[in-house]
Write a protein that binds this ligand. Structure first.
Ligand SMILES: O=C(O)CCC(=O)C(=O)O
Length: 252
């Protein structure tokens, strides 16, 4: 993989995919450990989907092997994150989007919609949020892959919506094999598509932000103290999550 090419692609299209990047064995272990948590969640929240009909978001656990350092501190991914933001970027969300059978096409939308400067909502700005996702299952067209409209992250929002509605810019489905890593700009218009299979489509996501940026748009779990202590000081500096039961953010 050429980091510079992938960074250019992310800058130009608003997303890029690193094919076969994460080791399949780590993802298999993550999926198996997460399966009972996910099934329990789906059982208890069947009637209250939080991302549209039959579509759920839940925070990922930090207990290994759901969490492993390889997901958060991968040299190739961090190199891209550092190039498009800066070396001080931190991870502050770790969650999973799960459309299940019956889910529908979402409206094309952007994430984290509140502009940084409300008085100049279309001010062109360098990225201060980037999301990194990978499937815990294979995501074919039938499983409901995310679709992204290339280039729309760099357009005024209304023009981007018009271009997508008129078909001038086509949404591109992003199917993912196990190990593929999708890196995307949250202001590229995108939408979830229907999962027509009986397999919950679990897409795990780490959000990286510039160190000065914060919002509490998505729930995150705390890191257990033993897991926190197992990280190196350099790794701890990248993690902005509460540690232990106190909910306190680490002083790094
Ligand atoms: O998980 C997906 O396919 C996209 C979900 C999404 O964009 C959302 O719920 O805001």
């Amino acid at each position: 993989m050429n980091i510079r090419d992938k960074t250019d692609e992310l800058r130009e299209k608003g997303f890029c995919v690193l094919r076969g990047h994460f080791p399949c064995a780590l993802i298999d272990d993550c999926r198996e450990a997460f399966r009972p948590i996910l099934l329990d969640y789906l059982e208890n929240h069947r009637g209250e989907p939080n991302r549209g009909p039959h579509r759920h978001f839940l925070p990922m656990p930090f207990e290994p092997p759901c969490f492993v350092p390889e997901f958060f501190f991968d040299a190739g991914v961090l190199s891209i994150i550092h190039r498009v933001m800066d070396e001080r970027a931190v991870a502050d969300q770790w969650g999973c989007d799960v459309p299940v059978q019956g889910s529908r096409m979402q409206e094309a939308h952007v994430d984290y919609q509140r502009p940084l400067f409300a008085e100049v909502p279309d001010l062109p700005l360098p990225p201060y949020v980037v999301v990194v996702s990978f499937g815990l299952v294979r995501i074919t067209r039938a499983h409901g892959p995310v679709e992204i409209a290339p280039g729309t992250h760099a357009m005024p929002r209304e023009a981007a919506v018009r271009a997508v509605r008129s078909g001038e810019i086509e949404m591109q489905p992003v199917p993912l094999e196990i190990g593929d890593v999708l890196i995307r700009h949250p202001w590229a218009l995108h939408r979830g598509t229907p999962n027509t299979t009986d397999i919950p489509r679990a897409l795990a996501t780490i959000r990286y932000v510039r160190r000065w940026y914060a919002d509490d748009s998505r729930a995150a779990n705390p890191i257990p103290p033993t897991v926190w202590q197992s990280l190196t000081p350099a790794q701890q500096r990248i993690m902005r999550f509460p540690v232990g039961d106190s909910g306190a953010l680490p002083a790094v």
